[in-house]
Design a protein around this ligand. Structure first.
Ligand SMILES: Cc1cc2nc3c(=O)[nH]c(=O)nc-3n(C[C@H](O)[C@H](O)[C@H](O)COP(=O)(O)OP(=O)(O)OC[C@H]3O[C@@H](n4cnc5c(N)ncnc54)[C@H](O)[C@@H]3O)c2cc1C
Length: 375
């Protein structure tokens, strides 16, 4: 079945064509590639984007639609790993990115906030630690002991992240692509790239996240393709979830859509090794777990309207890689968001574009430096 998000009609887009060599060729027309293309085209560069499929048909049109600030790790874990200044800096940087997304997204982004839930007492301790670390470092968050009564499942406390939102990701990325094209970027759909060295461009940006594994051999062991699966119910006639919810370390995530459907993704941990793959298909084991839990979430036997799989890029330290690929003077990468790329992907597309334009002042470039994996 097709991802629900991709059923939305794509907006019209200017058909740009550049003759010959361009300043920047971008591989991948998801959120990263389109965000980079917009930034570069706005700065007056000649940009060409290639995608084997169409705009947003990779993870950017197959995800859960959570627009969350921060990185893929819990805040307290991030703080312990790379320090309070960098962690708080990263969270605030993504909050600003979310604000810019709001300006571009129109009705594709609803600033609903999100709820990070504790599934049991042990998880409550963990997220309570996360909440306290955030408060100590001046990163806004609210603690909730109880969820609204109408939610049929018991949870053990939650963090309310007011800044977050619910995204129609395909609609958002297609709008970004239309803006990039209006600014002069050429977007070539259904045109795969097999060799980045063969592209006629001063710079190449690899924006393929979990897809395109092996395109740049140096990245093959650093960004691992990982599968996520999603189901969507037929509309239900009551509002149970007013904002995106996620629990069990983010393994399970769900939100109710404006038309009453409930989207649920996750349960990757049910067969975690099988999900380290770039085969974009659903599996009976995970689909059965999703269906069972969706039934609990809505308090009735779910009627499923959509199911799909998508691939995201996982990294060893859960931080993306953004910058030059070592040993390749003119090849750049932005990807490896570890399942957290709606906001990070947008922000990292801009970040890699700024670096190409000569602005390397952002502390995030240091944090995301690909060279950290090349000792
Ligand atoms: C099931 C699932 C649920 C998720 N849920 C969330 C969520 O709720 N919130 C969140 O923040 N993140 C989520 N993510 C992660 C998020 O979707 C991704 O991190 C983000 O979309 C990555 O965007 P991107 O543009 O970098 O890559 P993609 O959107 O994957 O785009 C990469 C593009 O590159 C193209 N490509 C690859 N190789 C080539 C080649 N050789 N030549 C030409 N084109 C090529 C592909 O066709 C694809 O269109 C989820 C991911 C999945 C799979």
């Amino acid at each position: 079945m097709n991802p629900y998000w991709l059923e939305d009609e794509a907006p019209p887009r200017a058909a740009q064509r550049h003759a010959g060599r361009v300043d920047v060729a971008i591989v991948g027309a998801g959120v990263t590639g389109c965000s980079a293309a917009l930034r570069l085209a706005d700065a007056g560069l000649r940009v060409r984007v290639y995608d084997r499929r169409a705009v947003a048909e990779g993870a950017s049109g197959r995800n859960g639609g959570f627009a969350l600030r921060g990185g893929a790790s819990r805040y307290d874990v991030a703080r312990e790993t790379y320090g309070a200044e960098q962690a708080a800096g990263l969270w605030h940087w993504t909050e600003r990115a979310l604000d810019r997304m709001s300006e571009l997204a129109g009705d594709a982004l609803r600033r609903t906030g999100s709820l990070r839930l504790a599934f049991d007492e042990e998880e409550r301790e963990q997220i309570r630690g996360e909440y306290e670390a955030m408060r100590e470092d001046g990163v806004g968050a609210e603690w909730l002991d109880q969820l609204p009564d109408e939610v049929p499942v018991t949870f053990h406390g939650a963090i309310l992240h007011e800044h977050d939102g619910a995204l129609q990701p395909a609609r958002f990325v297609r709008r970004l692509a239309a803006r990039a094209a209006a600014a002069g970027a050429e977007i070539r759909e259904h045109e795969g790239v097999d060799d980045v060295a063969a592209l006629d461009a001063e710079h190449v940006v690899v924006a393929t996240d979990g897809y395109g594994h092996g395109l740049v051999p140096e990245l093959a062991d650093l960004i691992w393709p990982t599968r996520g699966q999603v189901i969507v119910s037929e509309p239900i006639d009551r509002v149970l979830y007013e904002r995106p919810h996620y629990a069990r370390q983010g393994f399970d995530y769900w939100q109710q859509l404006p038309d009453g459907r409930v989207l649920l993704g996750g349960f990757r941990d049910v067969s975690i090794m099988d999900e380290l793959t770039d085969v974009e298909e659903t599996t009976p084991t995970i689909q059965a777990s999703l269906e069972r839990f969706l039934g609990e979430l809505i308090g009735e036997e779910p009627r499923i309207s959509h199911r799909w799989a998508g691939i995201f890029g996982l990294t060893q330290d859960m931080l993306p890689l953004v910058g030059r690929v070592p040993n390749h003077e003119d090849v750049w990468v932005a990807g490896g968001y570890s399942g957290h790329g709606n906001v990070l992907g947008f922000a990292c597309g801009e970040l890699v574009a700024d670096a190409i334009l000569g602005d390397t002042s952002s502390p995030q470039l240091k944090l995301f430096e690909p060279a950290r994996f090349f000792a």
